[in-house]
Write a protein that binds this ligand. Sequence first.
Ligand SMILES: Cc1ncc(COP(=O)(O)O)c(C=O)c1O
Length: 435
Amino acid sequence: MRTEGAEASAPPLDERAALALDAADPLAQFRDEFLFPTDARGERKIYLAGMSLGLQPRGVEAAIQRELEAWAAFGVDGYFQPDGWYTIDERLRESMAAVVGAQPGEVAIANTLTVNLHFLLASFYRPTRERSLLLIDAPPFPSDRYAVESQIRQRGLDPVEALVVVEPREGESTIRTEDIEARIRVLGPRLATVLLAGVNYATGQRHGVARLTTVAHDVGAIAGWDLAHAAGNVPLDLHDWGVDFAAWCTYKYLNGGPGAIGALFVHDQHGSNPATQRFAGWWGNDPATRFKMEPKFVPRPGADGWRVSTPPTLAIAPLFASLAMFDQAGMAAIRAKSVALTGYLEGLILAHAGHSIEIVTPAEPEARGAQLSLRVRDEGPAATGLLGRLEEAGVVADFREPDIIRAAPIPLYTSFHECWRFARILAAATAALLM
Ligand SMILES: Cc1ncc(COP(=O)(O)O)c(C=O)c1O
C-alpha cells in the first residue's frame, strides 16, 4: 500500500499535454467505435466504469440484428446455415484464446462466471483426507466466496476448516505476493486447490499468475484463476504458465454487454483426458454424436467438454463486435496504452488530490491493470458522498463497500483528456466534501 503520492513521477499537468497524448495515441481510432452515455446536455460522460460493465461497441446492434434476421428467415434451420448457431461460440474461440494466451481448444465460451467456477471446481477441487484445503485471496468477490464455500460443504467438509483466505497484513490494503507464496508452501501437502483473482476486484491488485501457479504446482496443488478483472485488461499466457483452469466474464473489459456469456479455460493436459471428472451436458458431448441421442456421454476433447447447454445466441453475438477490435489492436498494444493511461491518471490524481485521496492499488504497473481504487484519506465513509459529486459532474465510476471508489481508464475508449478532466473534477469534489 502507498501512503504518500510523492514518489510517483508527476505527469505534465496542463491540458495541452493531455491533448498531445491523445493526438499521438495509436489506439485513438477505436474510441469512435463505442457508444458513450451522455448527460442532459448530450455531452459524453467520462466513463470510468469499464471494470464493471464495458461500453457498447457500435457493431453490437448489427451483430444481434444478424441473428434476429437468421431466426426470422430460417427458424430452427438457423442452426445449420453457414455461420449458423451450431458453432456460433466456436467461431469466437481463436480471438478469445489470443486474449488469454491459450490454445484455441483450451477455451470455451459458455455459461456465466459463477456457474463456470462451480463447474470447474467440480472437476478441480477434489479433496482427499490428506489434501482437502482450498485457498483464496482477500477480499474475495462475494459470489466466489459463496461458490467455494458451497463446494466445500457439498463435499461434506466445513469451510471453517477447509477454506484458507490469505489477507493483507495488518494496516495494509493489498496482499504481499510473498505472503501468498509462503501460505501455499506452509499448507503444502494439505492444499488441494488455489483459486486466486488475476486482478482483485476491490483493490485492483494484479497477482502474478505465472509465479503463483508454479508455487501451487510445487506443492502438488491445482492452480485455478478468476480472471473477471484480468481478461482483456492485462496480458495473460495461460497455456505456457501451466494454469490448470480459469473462468471469466465478458461484460467488463471485453464489452460483451450486461449479463453476456462467460468463458473458461481448461489446460490441454486436463481437457484432453476424457477421465477428468466433470458435470456433463449435451453441448459438452462430441458434436459428431450429439444428435444421435445416445445415453453415453462422450466428452469433446478440450475446454468444450465443459460446455453444458445450447449456446445463448443473443448473449454471444455482441462479442463478435468487441473481439474483432481486440484482434485488430492486439493485447500488446492495448496493454501498452493501458500502462501509460493509468500511470498518467495516477500521477494527475496524486498531483491534484494526493493530500486527500489515497490510491489503494499498487503503484508498480506490473502489479495492476487499468483500475485505480481510491479511498478518501481518514474519511472512509465519505467515499459514498464523493461518488455522488462525481456523478453530478458527469463521471461514471463506482463504489464498493466499505470505502472504495473504483475508476478504470479503458485503453480502447478512454482518452488522456478525459483522465485530465477527471483528476480536476475529483480534486474539486474532494475539496468540497472535506470543507
Ligand atoms: C471477481 C468476480 N467474480 C465473480 C463475479 C460474478 O460474476 P457472474 O455474475 O457473471 O457470475 C464477478 C462479477 O462482477 C466478479 O467481479
